[in-house]
Ligand binder design. Structure first.
Ligand code: NAD
Ligand code: MG
Length: 396
């Protein structure tokens, strides 16, 4: 029986994780649920899953939740950063699903890593921000890190055991691997006329052709910043060297990524686009459990197609690849800028094509200092957010 904490329980990954847990009640128990402020969603989850603890980041939301929960359920309600750290590092906890969106997930995810937990990583922004420090912390504590992001999970499944056991410090070439092929659908605007991109609305940007996801990652998929963040995520997880990592557009999202070997072999992981598959894989690795996902029907799929990414259409992807080559400071700046730009776009403050402009302005102008601690990373993230907010005025 694994005791699990779900960080980001009220979100899209949270829901998929709870669905996999419900399908395998003999093997997994919900120890704690963590969310930001959605009281009603959290209340419903508590009534169904009966965790020991429900943690709300927003303290007012915690009070409201406490008042609404039937006392006989005996669910402890908590709030506050220290309480959250205590929760993820508690001795009762075996596994932490890290599925808070954005930089807000960094501190609790890293705490779980430092405590040597089995960490299922969906929160790619945490790794993009802290790269080397995150990998070092995993090494130091002996935590088990498993990638939930469907592409990274696919790559993981296509890699030999010696690489799987050595995430972050593996040597791909020594294992006969020539390339990692990171696939992406190209999102809702893959074939939209370039001239009309500027007028695309949040509703259009969030209408992903294959995946159902939270609003931030949906917009990131439309700009392909998501693939850029994943490029950086893959760089850290698989210790890729220059030119070992390539992005391939594959509009059907049936192949979730591939590994190309020296002898000409290419191993791909396939499945229906449903996050319950990679989540179930991470929960049960090296075993396999039921996820509730329909088996892939190749006769319905019919065709698989591929093309190269167009950096003119997806400038955010080019920015992320460039930032990855520049290093840790650049990727922290880009991630923070993008969070501010996406939030502003979702609130109707700036246009779709302004997202890349805000990101580019921050990447070229925010001074980058060497970072040796999490505090340095958080400071650079905060400084970038201030600069990015100033940029918004130019595009409003
Ligand atoms: P979502 O918006 O649906 O859910 C976000 C969750 O994070 C919610 O539970 C919310 O309460 C919580 N949250 C937000 N701000 C918070 C804060 N300040 N402190 C604590 N909790 C906070 O997002 P999602 O689509 O589930 O994505 C979650 C993460 O997983 C993201 O990093 C995303 O990139 C990654 N991911 C998602 C998918 C997907 O299919 N949805 C796929 C791969 C990776
Ligand atoms: Mg992904």
């Amino acid at each position: 029986m694994q005791n699990m904490v779900i960080l980001g329980a009220t979100g899209s990954i949270g829901a998929s994780t709870l669905s996999v847990i419900s399908a395998n009640p003999d093997a997994y128990r919900v120890y704690a649920l963590v969310a930001n402020a959605s009281v009603d969603k959290m209340l419903a989850l508590c009534l169904t899953h009966r965790p020991q603890v429900a943690h709300m980041v927003d303290s007012q939301a915690a009070l409201t939740l406490h008042a609404k929960l039937p006392p006989e359920l005996n669910i402890k309600v908590s709030s506050g950063e220290d309480e959250l750290i205590a929760l993820v590092t508690a001795t009762e906890v075996d596994t932490v699903m890290a599925a808070i969106v954005g930089a807000a997930g960094l501190v609790p995810t890293l705490a779980a890593v430092k405590a040597g937990k089995r960490v299922l990583l969906a929160n790619k922004e945490a790794l993009v921000m802290s790269g080397e420090l995150f990998i070092e912390a995993t090494k130091a504590s002996g935590a088990t890190l498993l990638p939930v992001d469907s592409e990274h999970n696919a790559i993981f499944q296509c890699l030999p055991e010696e690489v799987q056991a050595n995430l972050g410090r593996c040597d791909l070439a020594a294992s006969g691997i020539s390339h990692i092929l990171l696939t992406g659908s190209g999102g809702p605007f893959l074939t939209t006329e370039l001239a009309s991109l500027a007028s695309m609305t949040p509703a259009q940007a969030c209408k992903h052709p294959n995946w159902s996801m939270g609003p931030k990652i949906s917009v990131d998929s439309a700009t392909m910043m998501n693939k850029g963040l994943e490029f950086i995520e893959a760089r850290w997880l698989f210790n890729t060297q220059k030119d070992q990592l390539k992005v391939v557009i594959h509009p059907q999202s049936v192949i979730h990524s591939m590994v190309q070997y020296r002898d000409g072999s290419v191993i791909a992981q396939m499945g229906n686009p449903d996050m319950r598959t990679p989540i179930a894989h991470c929960m049960s690795y090296p075993q396999r459990i039921r996820s509730g996902v329909e088996p892939l029907d190749f006769f319905k799929v019919g065709q698989l197609s591929f093309c190269e990414p167009d950096f003119n259409r997806f400038p955010c992807l080019a920015l992320a690849i460039a930032a990855c080559a520049q290093g840790q400071e650049a990727t922290t700046v880009l991630n923070a800028a993008n969070e501010i730009a996406v939030e502003a776009f979702l609130q109707g403050q700036i246009g779709f094509t302004h997202i890349a402009k805000v990101n580019e302005a921050c990447l070229s102008s925010v001074p980058k200092r060497a970072m040796t601690s999490i505090d340095d990373i958080i400071a650079l993230d905060a400084q970038t957010r201030i600069y990015a907010r100033e940029q918004l005025a130019k595009f409003a």
